[in-house]
Write a protein that binds this ligand. Structure first.
Ligand SMILES: [Zn+2]
Ligand SMILES: [Zn+2]
Length: 521
């Protein structure tokens, strides 16, 4: 009994060297029988292998398994039981290793017969545990895991007893990287839990994970789904006073969204509607001008027609030309994860995301030196078409300015005329039509041209300057926001309803699980 306590204490303290010495001295210690009691941990029935996996200690796991095989105290069947033993919550050593994100230990356990299909008492699979892992420190390994488990034929939408998918689990716990990767892998967006009928959007909203909320909305989650109490995610955001999340779910379009700098908080398919509107207005005003106005103004005719033709040609080039899409490397994601950090990989393209590139959710590709997605051209502006875009803005500004000049000159001519000719009415219609079009377009186009010239001087893209500004604003508002959040948490904890939510958090969140190995004094 003393020996058991001594060895369990060594396991608890993660002292693999001392354990190795104990094993070398005696090959007749029945460690497969040793399990923790309450004096060691807050939960019972953790075998030494659970403890080694929880410590994320590959050497200790290897030592333990090697000892079991060499000691001759357990046969093959007992070894299999030892590896797959579930504690009182139903967790196996494989669950623990998945939670910690250690691929080496997982492979070792699987080689020796660990069963990856075992679920714990609440139905959590190894994939759920992997999603719950600490993604800041072990994000690469965790993502490696996801692929690993999916390659082991574990469905990406595997359910626990509450019908909670890994995506809902990740959204609840704020596992941003997992959400980013699970969606492109085909995770079901609109799945609902059995008890409350919550979607991933409901749980992310409730927990205040605004980035995850935005990602889910951009990927097209149904924001109108109601839970079993009839509340949508928007209702939950309003109740919790999460104003930024409320704005996202309401999908309010601001200037950055309208300019293509920031994607709206919804799924946007590539379409040519804006481009058709722009071309229709631009071409019709040109045709009307050359038909009814220009014949009287031969001096401006050549300039106007030339600038229009060049603008139209540049429009065609910008629509058709590759803006600088990052070419595919044809490497597997596993290879990429070995070579790059997870931040350097685009989850949607499953490929490397070079510096200064960004994934366009509308074009569905990463773009070098991403500037913005232009809805009028239905294409991105990036490294390979930036200069063409600036030239286009220049000729567009010139042609619209000439159009205004032409119309104003006609006005003077009309004043001089005493007779009313047959084209008089058409000239006036042309005048108003083209002037309205020109006045609407000229200022935004000039502003965009100025911004692009400023970008050239600064050596930055519009998106980079936007992000930089956002970063400064975020730092300024961080303190105020933190104070507000603290007040909300305090008030939420004091209400009965939210207390039950807090208990749910305790059951599934990662931090309490880590504390399970703490020694009770
Ligand atoms: Zn991408
Ligand atoms: Zn784009």
């Amino acid at each position: 009994m003393e020996k058991q306590k001594e060895i369990l204490k060594l396991y608890h303290d993660n002292l693999d060297q001392q354990i190795e010495e104990v094993f070398k001295a005696d090959l007749n210690i029945p460690i497969d029988k040793f399990q923790t009691q309450k004096q060691f941990t807050v939960i019972r029935n953790l075998k030494v292998l659970h403890l080694a996996c929880l410590h994320n200690n590959t050497k200790l796991v290897e030592l333990t398994l090697t000892y079991c095989r060499n000691s001759n105290l357990i046969n093959q069947t007992q070894m299999f039981e030892f590896i797959n033993l579930q504690n009182k919550d139903g967790f196996t050593p494989l669950h623990m290793a998945s939670f910690k994100g250690n691929l080496e230990i997982i492979k070792l356990l699987l080689q020796l017969g660990a069963n990856s299909n075992i679920k714990n008492t609440t139905g959590l699979s190894v994939l759920h545990m992997s999603v719950q892992g600490d993604h800041v420190k072990t994000s690469v390994i965790n993502i490696d895991f996801q692929l690993f488990w999916i390659n082991q034929n574990i469905p990406i939408d595997i359910l626990d007893h509450n019908h909670q998918t890994p995506l809902i689990c990740a959204s609840f716990l704020g596992s941003q990287q997992m959400v980013n990767f699970l969606i492109p892998w085909g995770a079901k967006l609109n799945a609902q839990t059995q008890d409350k009928g919550h979607t991933a959007l409901h749980v992310a909203t409730q927990q205040g994970h605004s980035r995850i909320v935005r990602k889910l909305l951009i990927k097209g989650i149904d924001r109108k789904i109601k839970d079993k109490t009839g509340r949508t995610a928007l209702d939950l955001a309003v109740e919790s006073r999460f104003e930024s999340i409320q704005t996202m779910i309401e999908n309010n379009m601001g200037l950055p969204e309208r300019c293509g700098l920031r994607q709206p908080d919804s799924k946007v398919e590539k379409n040519y509607i804006s481009m058709i509107i722009y071309l229709s207005l631009y071409c019709s005003s040109f045709l009307m001008t050359i038909s009814f106005t220009l014949p009287k103004l031969e001096s401006l005719q050549a300039w106007y027609i030339t600038s229009f033709s060049i603008t139209l040609l540049l429009t065609w080039v910008l629509v058709k030309r590759n803006p600088g899409f990052v070419p595919r490397s044809n490497k597997t994601l596993m290879d990429l994860l070995d070579a790059y950090s997870v931040d350097q990989i685009c989850p949607d393209c499953s490929d490397v995301k070079p510096p200064r590139s960004r994934h366009c959710e509308i074009c569905q590709k990463c773009v070098y030196k991403y500037d913005h997605h232009c809805p009028w051209l239905s294409n991105c502006v990036g490294e390979k078409n930036q200069y063409i875009f600036i030239s286009f803005l220049f000729t567009l500004t010139l042609s619209i300015s000439l159009q205004i000049a032409v119309q104003c000159s006609t006005l003077n001519l009309e004043d001089d005329q005493t007779d009313v000719d047959s084209d008089h009415l058409l000239q006036w219609i042309t005048f108003y039509y083209t002037m309205i079009f020109s006045c609407i377009f000229i200022l935004p186009v000039m502003l965009l041209f100025t911004v692009q010239i400023y970008n050239l001087i600064k050596g930055q893209t519009t998106y980079e300057r936007y992000i930089e500004k956002q970063g400064i604003n975020r730092i300024q508002s961080r303190k105020a926001s933190a104070e507000q959040q603290l007040k909300l948490i305090k008030s939420a904890a004091s209400t009965e309803t939210n207390e039950s939510e807090f208990k749910f958090t305790l059951k599934t969140q990662k931090k309490p699980l880590l504390k399970e190995t703490e020694l009770i004094v």
